[in-house]
Design a protein around this ligand. Structure first.
Ligand SMILES: [Zn+2]
Length: 339
């Protein structure tokens, strides 16, 4: 990516120098790298993020260890690994208590550092997790960012409990497909919204119990009625401006709204009377700690959580993949494969 802009700024370069492993790093030969909505924001340019261009996108990586740094003793060349895209400083007060994603110098591979849209990427050895030998590359690459995000969000932040009603907006997004499965595994009743009956049918296939098409009815009112005019315990809203007001309205008294992002815009309006009188909690969450990453990846590799791969593109067609993700027609993850 030599400059910011639309999908057309993505360029496939065949002569990029191969990274070298620092003492505490490994170089991973990338076999698959998943797209995230974050990639589109970075490509378009985030005002507060000053990157050295050209930049290589890609937070999610699965591949084989190709080179091991001099201080790395527990990994060998050829091992199959997935990468935790979050890099913490290891020294601040938040790192000291294991809260990686609160780190004052938290960085994400593919955002602040060169990422996985490449044949090789250098990452800290402590960020890689071994994957089972028979696990597909694309499915593994589809897991890290969205599963760690959805896990922290629902399990650590919203603290969902068996029997609770959890509403997940925009059933087709990567975080949503992960969250539907995690909420289901936690014993919750899962409500999912989408504008597409086809996506809702797929959401049902991965565990959603109650389906709401927001094209055919106002969804917060539908949720209100479907819960017997009580509201849901938890809303996962990653949409932001377009949905926040309705998300608050869909909550029961004492309910929690949890957000890992705001794809339609960050500025929202909140009626404070609803906040205090209904005793609502609004919780932010981003990425996850190393422990949360390991907890959720374990469930992925056991097959208890199943990353949904919507479509794969070869690396040189990254532009087409960005156009496809930009249209929002996917259900689950869009993945780049590297031969
Ligand atoms: Zn730190």
């Amino acid at each position: 990516m030599p400059r910011y802009g639309g999908p057309e700024v993505l360029e496939y370069v065949s002569d990029h120098p191969q990274p070298v492993a620092g003492p505490d790093q490994v170089v991973v030969r990338v076999r698959a790298s998943a797209l995230n909505h974050l990639d589109l924001f970075i490509r378009e340019g985030i005002p507060t993020l000053k990157l050295q261009l050209p930049h290589i996108l890609g937070a999610d990586v699965a591949g084989q260890v190709a080179e091991v740094g001099s201080d790395v003793t527990d990994l060998e060349v050829g091992e199959r690994v997935v990468v935790n895209p979050g890099i913490a400083c290891g020294a601040c007060e938040y790192c000291a208590i294991g809260e990686d994603s609160l780190c004052v110098d938290y960085r994400i591979i593919g955002e602040h550092l060169p990422g996985g849209y490449a044949e090789y990427v250098a990452v800290p050895a402590r960020n890689v997790a071994r994957m089972p030998s028979d696990f597909p590359w694309e499915t593994a690459a589809a897991a890290p960012l969205v599963y760690m995000t959805a896990w922290r969000l629902l399990i650590s932040r919203a603290r969902v409990r068996p029997g609770e009603d959890v509403l997940i907006l925009g059933a087709g997004s990567g975080v949503s497909t992960a969250a539907i499965q995690i909420a289901k595994l936690a014993g919750c009743t899962v409500y999912a919204t989408s504008s597409s009956d086809e996506k809702l049918a797929k959401a049902k296939g991965i565990g959603a119990d109650v389906l709401v098409n927001y094209r055919t009815m106002p969804w917060s009112q539908a949720v209100w009625e479907l819960t017997g005019r009580r509201g849901v315990d938890v809303v996962l809203d990653h949409v932001g401006e377009a949905t926040f007001k309705d998300s608050v309205r869909a909550l029961r008294r004492g309910g929690r709204l949890v957000s890992p992002g705001a794809t339609t815009g960050p500025m929202v309006e909140l009626d404070m009377r609803l906040l205090f009188w209904r005793q609502i909690s609004i919780l932010g969450s981003t990425m996850a700690s190393r422990r949360e990453f390991e907890e959720v990846l374990k469930l992925v590799f056991m097959g208890r959580l199943k990353p949904v791969v919507d479509k794969s593109f070869p690396l040189r067609e990254a532009r087409l993949a960005h156009e496809y993700l930009g249209r929002g027609e996917q259900f689950g993850k869009v993945v780049l494969t590297v031969d």
